[in-house]
Design a protein around this ligand. Sequence first.
Ligand code: F6R
Length: 593
Amino acid sequence: MCGIVGCILKDNKKVAPILLNCISKLEYRGYDSVGIATIDDKINIKKDKGEINQVNKKLNLADMEGNLGIAHVRWATHGDPNKTNSHPQFDENKTVAVVHNGIIENYLDIKTQLEKEGHKFISQTDTEVIPHLIEKYMDKGLDLEDSLRETINIIEGSYAIAAISVNEPDKIVATRKDSPLIVGIGDNGYYVASDSPAILEYANNIIYPDENELVILNSSEIIIKDKNDNIIDKEIQTLDWTPEMAEKEGYDYFMIKEINEQSKAIQNTLTEKINIKKIIDDIDDINRICFVACGTSYHASLTGKYLIESFAGISTDVILASEFKYFANTLDDKTLVIFISQSGETADTLKALDKANETSKTLGIVNVAGSAVTRKADYVIHTQAGPEIGVAATKTYLSQLTAIYIFAGLLSSNNSLLEKIDRVPEFIDEVLLDVNSIIEMSKKYKFVNDFFFIGRGYSYPIALEGALKLKEITYIHGEGYAAGELKHGPLALIDEGIPVVVINPPGDDHKKTMNNLKEVKARGADVLAVGSSSDKMLIEEADDVFTINPEVDQVIAPLVYIIPLQILAYYVAIERGLNPDKPKNLAKCVTVE
Ligand code: F6R
């Protein structure tokens, strides 16, 4: 949801090529428009609507003077994606330029007041009030830093802001509240950015500023101050991600690279076992677990409920983060609330985490080190998927599931479950060896309008996740259902030629799911089944089958059976001429509620 970058170089080299490179690495956060501002003897701004490559071709973004500047990619909230609404935003005299990620909730009141004072606004954005406020305070004699401090006393909402002013051409000031911002220390200069992939190539020593701390960068130092102007000594942490991890490395798109990295991601996450054991030993007096998450992370949580209730016998709820406040009254100090988030910055999840911290023990399962969930939760499990750039979650989902399976296995002291998880990377490698049949199926199904996914028990969250992957990157309507629910309504939608994906691994639920397969077939559905290679009945009944070999039972199926569904979604998107890494209207990190 918008990405921001700021950089000041130690020498007098041009910063624009570096800013362009950094902001390109954040395009997964938004791709409605892009802009860069630098300072030499004045503020230079180039910005426009469109993806970075298109805008760069038109404007040559790297060709700007100045050794310091700020950059932005936009995911529009207030105002259409157009040139005027693109960031950087500035005041009428172009003395101040600002990039912002978040939403200023009281911007209309501030704008009305500033207009009365003579300020002229040209955009429809909430952000534009920020450069005007900074300019107003600078006109009163405050410096850039104090002007930003005054500004954040007035604005309400969420923000990561980086600002520059022509009156102090050797400085970038930045701050954050409820939106992510990191500070990078590089050999060639200093950085601020929404997320670490932006700066991995230049800086891997990182500082994580807290809410409303002020970050002041000049060419010789980084200063971080609290609200009361006191300098704070912040811990410097070293990132263990490498720049190559955030590159496509020969793949056409990040999504297919990340699908292929899934067995590695699971192997790496398996190393969290010792940490997970320690957490479980520490929280021994709980009688209820509650998962809170959004989207794909919510689907991982649903699998967690099946696992924990059946293996550990602990009552477990799963709540969408955006709905959490309606359930929070039932929490107490015997409840463990588990927050699952790949980004660790999802606004809905963070709101719920603040609420849960008031009453209960909290645990975050997070992929991005140093993100807000890792700082707010009592306990943290780091999924070790490495950076995920494709907007659709794939390897982070499997890493989340791995962490949950380990958690459930250790909580219930079930060694057989733990041993089964150890073998999953091997199963995944086997599945990925031959996906040609799925690629063929994507050609057959590329023109359909609707898709249904059904499964029972552990396969129900697989159906939901398969449907989500398909709809978000192909724009085909997809619905996941518990197979037993079809007859209670959705069966009315099944007709001649409607594709129904039936997820049916070996296990107790197999027979009943076969019955559901026959029910949809009898009504003309085109059945695409995923099942075991030894499942003769399934292979005979289905129109198309993707078989899993070696045999994976229904408990472990969520970690393996999702792979062909991710691949199906990916190739249908390719067949439809879409970019699976950048689905329309979506962004990787959802920092607005
Ligand atoms: C779907 C997807 C989203 C995210 C959701 C939560 O592919 O990526 O549904 O799962 O926005 O994001 P995190 O996990 O970062 O909290």
